[in-house]
Design a protein around this ligand. Structure first.
Ligand code: BTN
Length: 272
C-alpha cells in the first residue's frame, strides 16, 4: 500500500485493468494502481487484443467516482499522458527524431506526428481504455488503463509501415533513450491525480478547463476524418466539434452533421 492506495508493480500479469478491477470489486482497495512490464491478456478498445510485449508500460488506475462525470476520465488520461511526456522527454533538440510532436486523436489514442520532407506522418504511441464499475464495494469506480510503447523495440518492414493507417512508434524511438517504467508509472499517477483534483470534487471545473484543454490537444478537431462505426458503417467529413459527452461531431460534404459516440477514427489529411 502507498497511503490508502493499493500499488502493484509487476513484471508480468494478465491485464492490469483486470487486476485493479478484481481488487476494487472484492473491496480490498478503495483506490488501486497496477502497472506491469508485460501483459499476457492485454485488452484494447472494442474488444480487441492489446499486444503487450516487453519494453512497453501497461498501467491501470481504479478510482472511486466522485461527483464528476466518469466520461471525463478518458480525456483526462490523454492529457495526463501528454503532461508526463512533456516532463520526461527532455529538450526536442536532443531527440533522435526532433521533428516529432505528440498529441491526441479521438477518442483515445496518443499519437505522434513526424514531419517529413513532403508530408507529416502520424504514428501511435499509446492508447487508453476506460471502464466503469457500478457494482463495486464502496460505490462506483472508474478504471483507466493506459498502454504505452515506452522502450518497445518496433521492427516493422517499411512496406508494412506504409500500409498501416497508424503504425506504432515508441518513446525511445523519438527521444533516442530508455525511459524508466517505474518513474513513468509514478509520474502517470501524479499527473492523473493532479488533473482529477483540478476538475473539482463534483466536476464543476470540468467543462471550463478539461474540455478546452482536450479540444486544444486533440488533433482530430479540424481534420478531415473517416470514422468506422462499431456497427460497420462509416462517415467521412470534417471533425468540427466535441459534444459535452465527448462525442465527435462530423460535418459531411452535404453540410449534414453526425454525432458519433464511438468508432475508429482515421485522419485523412492531418491539419498543419
Ligand atoms: C486501445 O485500444 O487503443 C486502448 C488500449 C489500452 C491498453 C491498456 S494496457 C493497460 C491496460 N490493461 C489492459 O488490458 N488494457 C489497458
Amino acid at each position: 500500500m502507498r497511503g490508502d492506495i493499493l500499488w502493484l508493480a509487476l513484471e508480468e500479469t494478465t491485464s492490469t485493468n483486470a487486476i485493479v478491477r478484481e481488487e476494487v470489486m472484492a473491496g480490498r482497495a478503495k483506490e488501486a494502481v497496477c502497472w506491469a512490464k508485460r501483459q499476457t491478456q492485454g485488452r484494447g478498445r472494442l474488444g480487441r487484443i492489446w499486444q503487450s510485449p516487453e519494453g512497453g508500460l501497461y498501467f491501470s488506475w481504479a478510482v472511486p467516482v466522485g461527483g464528476w462525470p466518469p466520461v471525463w476520465l478518458q480525456p483526462l488520461a490523454g492529457l495526463a499522458v501528454l503532461d508526463v511526456w512533456r516532463e520526461h522527454s527532455g529538450p526536442a533538440q536532443a531527440w533522435a527524431q526532433p521533428a516529432a510532436e505528440v498529441g491526441l486523436k479521438w477518442p483515445n489514442d496518443i499519437i505522434v506526428r513526424v514531419r517529413g520532407a513532403e508530408r507529416s506522418q502520424e504514428r501511435k504511441l499509446g492508447g487508453i481504455l476506460s471502464e466503469y464499475l457500478t457494482q463495486s464495494i464502496g460505490g462506483p469506480h472508474a478504471i483507466v488503463g493506459i498502454g504505452l510503447n515506452l522502450n518497445t523495440e518496433i521492427h516493422l518492414p517499411e512496406e508494412d509501415t506504409a500500409k498501416r493507417a497508424l503504425p506504432p512508434i515508441s518513446w525511445k524511438q523519438i527521444t533516442g533513450k530508455d525511459h524508466s517504467p517505474e518513474e513513468i508509472a509514478q509520474a502517470l499517477y501524479e499527473a492523473l491525480r493532479r488533473r482529477l483534483d483540478a476538475m473539482g470534487a463534483s466536476g464543476e471545473h470540468a467543462s471550463a478547463t478539461l474540455r478546452e484543454a482536450w479540444a486544444a490537444a486533440c488533433w482530430t478537431l479540424g481534420s478531415e476524418v473517416r470514422v468506422l462505426r462499431p456497427d460497420g458503417g462509416q462517415i467521412e467529413g470534417c471533425a468540427v466539434d466535441l459534444a459535452e459527452d465527448l462525442s465527435l461531431v462530423i460535418e459531411d460534404t452535404h453540410g449534414q452533421r453526425h454525432t458519433l459516440t464511438a468508432g475508429d477514427c482515421l485522419h485523412l489529411r492531418p491539419t498543419s
